[in-house]
Design a protein around this ligand. Structure first.
Ligand SMILES: [Zn+2]
Length: 73
């Protein structure tokens, strides 16, 4: 799969951690399989994986908690 941002880059299919905001809290999901551009970092997930992430967030308890440093410019 080619990257949408860099047309010449082939995206890598790999296991990764994804993080995003959910109800005002930063959450992370580990061991997500998806495509990532080695050049710009653009990520793409298929529909099944996206549905699986949403279902996991709704139905499962967090496996562990981490402290997250916050920086400012
Ligand atoms: Zn790219």
């Amino acid at each position: 799969m080619k990257c949408k941002v860099c047309p010449n880059e082939e995206m890598e299919f790999k296991k990764m951690d994804v993080h995003f905001w959910k109800e005002g809290k930063l959450v992370m999901v580990e061991n997500v399989m998806g495509y990532e551009c080695p050049s710009c970092g653009e990520r793409v997930f298929d529909e099944e994986t996206t549905a699986n992430i949403l279902k996991t967030l709704k139905t499962k308890r967090a496996k562990r908690f981490i402290k997250t440093p916050v920086y400012s410019l």
